[in-house]
Design a protein around this ligand. Structure first.
Ligand SMILES: C[S@@+](CC[C@H](N)C(=O)[O-])C[C@H]1O[C@@H](n2cnc3c(N)ncnc32)[C@H](O)[C@@H]1O
Length: 543
């Protein structure tokens, strides 16, 4: 652990731990004092757990934002927080209002008639102490839906209503945290979402639910805006994705290269843990990402503008090469080595130009190409896992590799899914993969890491998962080559040590995930594999 970052202070306050005179003051919390010398080593780790690792500042560009109040190590916990509210996202399918599992509408709450799995779920406080009472008192009925997999706008009022009710039940938290959150009402007023909210949420709550005396129109729209701009996705054990409002974490600004990552522990009342992914120096800004890092700049910026109402001008967005990754670039079909990039990535209308020939094309034409690819990629989400999904992705790969730069973000997304399918999909399980596919999986993982090291560096889930995917084919390919006499014992050891290095780092990253999450479960499998791999390396003849 790094030694303390102590500010020099003229205050002669006693050490917070041993009461001896001290001239040191923690630069993190600005009030605890430390003795110097020997005690420092002992007291610093104790203090580190108590001292707030970030502070909140404000400027005209972003509003509130967070900075590190001392140097933070990679993977260090920045904060933990419980949500003010959780509930369905807008336009979700019909789900139980107690546990959020998908339901078909055949079971409902005995008190209000809205969808729940059964008696246990209707008693869950999130439902029983919130909307259930309102619906019951007002006689607001849930209208049966024809197809339970379709989006159900009736549920759109649930989370805003829960948030509004929290204003009455926990007014301190509303006053000190929620009220300060950005809702972007002025920008949202002209959107179709605002119009839909007016009907499905504002009018519904005020008229059908008879809440007009408790919540005015502006307040309801503000609650909707706070959720739209600030909420995080929460994955439920049932597989449903819902939303949660975490006011401290939501203070962090966006950057397309984040230096933090968070996980949410469903089994611990949806507790969120925010950690750094890389070393963050004192006074450096803490960033999260509001969008998918494996998207090209045009798509990321469009998403941020539409959903969070700002133009991202981060270093990655400003650079036509996306920090040298070429994640936005296309191949030139007029010359061989040419790479096509935007002449101004902050302007969607700017010309895209070839780096080698005279070819130019307008930004909107590139956007149309991206739309076609996005559409193809979205179809992949509806495929059942199986051999066919490998082939469909490989075909898309072939289709786009002549158009896109090899490191383009869309090809990276395809690599991500293929790297996980090779070794798991039907007909492609790890033990049966021929060497050529082991090598393909290795190449995919290495390519993903080459961009992940830049756009999601350090302790990121993307790096952790990719390192885990990489270790197995490296190990199996080495063994296969050794078996056929293509490499000797010495080379085998080198390769297995390489696999061990990947696995070690994967464990280090993934063990920070909740043990019951998919990544946390992989961490524990990886830890066992690491032990076995280590033993198998130890048993090799030493040269
Ligand atoms: C989740 S909130 C972040 C906290 C917010 N700054 C506040 O004061 O409550 C998201 C909003 O912060 C602002 N914001 C965050 N990151 C930004 C960035 N990189 N550039 C400009 N504005 C940003 C935008 O107004 C955005 O809608």
């Amino acid at each position: 652990m790094a030694l303390p970052d102590l500010g020099s202070s003229s205050k002669d306050a006693p050490c917070a731990f041993c009461n001896q005179p001290s001239k040191n003051e923690c630069t993190g919390c600005e009030h605890a004092a430390y003795c110097s010398g020997e005690h420092q080593k002992e007291h610093w780790p104790q203090h580190r757990q108590k001292c707030k690792s970030y502070k909140v500042l404000k400027n005209d560009k972003v509003g509130r934002y967070g900075v590190a109040s001392r140097t933070l190590d990679p993977g260090e916990e920045v904060l933990t927080e419980f949500p003010v509210v959780v509930g369905p996202k807008p336009d979700s399918y019909v789900m139980c209002l107690g546990c959020y599992a998908p339901v078909d509408g055949s079971t409902s709450c005995s008190k209000c008639g809205w969808p729940v799995c059964g008696p246990e779920c209707e008693m869950q406080p999130c439902h029983a102490s919130a909307e259930c009472q309102v619906f019951n008192a007002a006689g607001a009925k849930f209208q049966p839906v024809e197809n339970c997999m379709d989006s159900c706008p009736q549920l759109n009022c649930i989370t805003p209503l829960r948030l509004l009710l929290s204003k009455e039940t926990t007014p301190e938290r509303w006053e000190s945290e929620v009220k300060l959150m950005e809702a972007h009402n002025d920008e949202r007023k002209d959107t179709y979402i605002w119009e839909n909210n007016q009907i499905n949420i504002v009018d519904y709550l005020r008229n059908v639910c008879k809440l007009a005396n408790r919540f005015d129109e502006e307040l309801i729209h503000t609650a909707c805006g706070i959720l739209e701009v600030n909420s995080f996705e929460v994955r439920c054990p049932s597989g449903s994705a819902i939303q949660g409002l975490y006011p401290q974490t939501a203070i962090l600004s966006h950057n397309c290269v984040p230096n933090t990552s968070h996980c949410i522990i469903a089994a611990d009342n949806n507790k969120l843990i925010l950690r750094t992914t890389v070393k963050v120096e004192k006074d450096e800004e803490l960033f999260t990402t509001y969008t998918h890092t494996l998207n090209p700049t045009l798509i990321r910026r469009e998403h941020l503008k539409q959903s969070k109402f700002f133009d991202c001008n981060c270093t990655r967005c400003t650079d036509p090469t996306e920090l040298g990754t070429n994640m936005s670039s296309l191949k030139c079909n007029k010359c061989d080595p040419g790479v096509i990039m935007s002449s101004n990535p902050l302007d969607p209308a700017a010309q895209w130009k070839c780096s080698h020939c005279e070819f130019v094309t307008p930004g909107p034409a590139v956007r149309r190409v991206f739309s076609i690819i996005q559409n193809d990629m979205e179809q992949l989400d509806y495929l059942e896992p199986g051999a066919e999904t490998v082939e469909i992705r490989e075909n898309l790969w072939k289709k786009y590799r002549s158009v896109l730069h090899p490191k383009n973000a869309f090809l990276m997304s395809l690599r991500c899914s293929l790297s996980q399918l090779y070794g798991r999909a039907e007909g492609y399980i790890m033990e049966d993969l021929p060497d050529i596919l082991l090598e393909r999986k290795i190449d995919f993982c290495k390519d993903i890491l080459s961009v992940a090291n830049i756009v999601e560096p350090g302790y990121s889930r993307l790096r952790g998962m990719t390192l885990y995917e990489l270790h197995a084919p490296v190990m199996l390919f080495a063994r296969s080559q050794w078996r056929y006499g293509e490499i000797d014992d010495k080379k085998l050891r080198v390769r297995l040590e390489e696999a061990e290095k990947y696995l070690k780092e994967a464990v280090e990253i993934l063990k920070l995930e909740p043990p019951t999450s998919p990544e946390g479960m992989i961490a524990s499998i990886a830890e066992q594999s690491l032990q076995q791999l280590h033993e198998s390396i130890e048993s090799l003849p030493k040269s």
